[in-house]
Design a protein around this ligand. Sequence first.
Ligand code: SF4
Length: 180
Amino acid sequence: MSESQKISLATAWLDGCSGCHMSFLDLDQRLIELAEKVNVVYSPIVDTKELPAEVDVGILEGAVSTEEDLSKARLFRERCKFLISLGDCAVSGNVPSMRNTFNLDEVFDRAFVENVQAKPGRPTESLPTLLKTVVPIHHAVHVDLFVQGCPPSADTIWYVLTELMAGRTPDPTTVTRFGA
Ligand code: SF4
């Protein structure tokens, strides 16, 4: 199959632990089979730094916690024909949304002052601007498919991708669940 005939795939992680991407890598030898049909055009696991203008399938891990996450989610929605919300953080907010019960001052103090022994204090630069509330991806942009799991297993990701490659709409609820 030529490069132009392959399905283009982009992935990114927002506020997540990267565990969902690790699950993707757990496809192991199936990655070789995948590479015959799918071209990974943008992802933390490839070198490309620019999201192409048109992508067939986009996968987002993690919740939307910062202005940067929000911009990335919007860019993926704009450029990806089919957008997948991968993992419980993306689908429900999960762990990152636990900060929603506190105000931002409490969150910053907990992270950078109370729990720090060496030089406690809030950094004044290089911190992404936090949104007041963490939201799942579909609260920020339209999502075409939800894949639950923390993380979704490699088998689940394989099922989703192979169904899409076969031109079918997968039903992830048949193979995974929240917390799986
Ligand atoms: Fe990590 Fe689980 Fe969130 Fe995936 S769903 S980013 S594995 S905490």
